[in-house]
Design a protein around this ligand. Sequence first.
Ligand code: FES
Length: 142
Amino acid sequence: MIDRRSFLDWLLGGTVFAGLAAILYPAARYLEPQEIPEAAISSLKVGTIEDFPLDSGTIFKFGRKPGLLIHDADGKFRAFHATCTHLSCVVQYRKDMGAIYCACHNGRFDINGKNISGPPPRPLEEFDVHLKGNEVYVSLRG
Ligand code: FES
């Protein structure tokens, strides 16, 4: 048989536990980083032809990753994942070099994305580029 004092101790302990749980659980959920699912995209409009001068390179975001769109001096578009194949720095188009350059370790790629000097072990991954009217789209190769 439970006496009154034991019952009150048990009730008080349960109330304190429930109160702490009601405070700590939402705080823990708030502090825990949430997983945000990345929207799967396979194609992206990056702009119009007029947005990209001849012999220029433009960084764009493809989902969470950077891409590099090159509008070469002949008017042809090329697009690459802008992540260096060495240690994943973001590459850039260097008009003065006529090449894609990685400033982290002096890596170079030609405008076709082929690794030509420095430590990058592989070519850059390439996107497909499509024009619809004067709009420029990039899409995953597949
Ligand atoms: S990360 Fe690009 S050359 Fe090292």
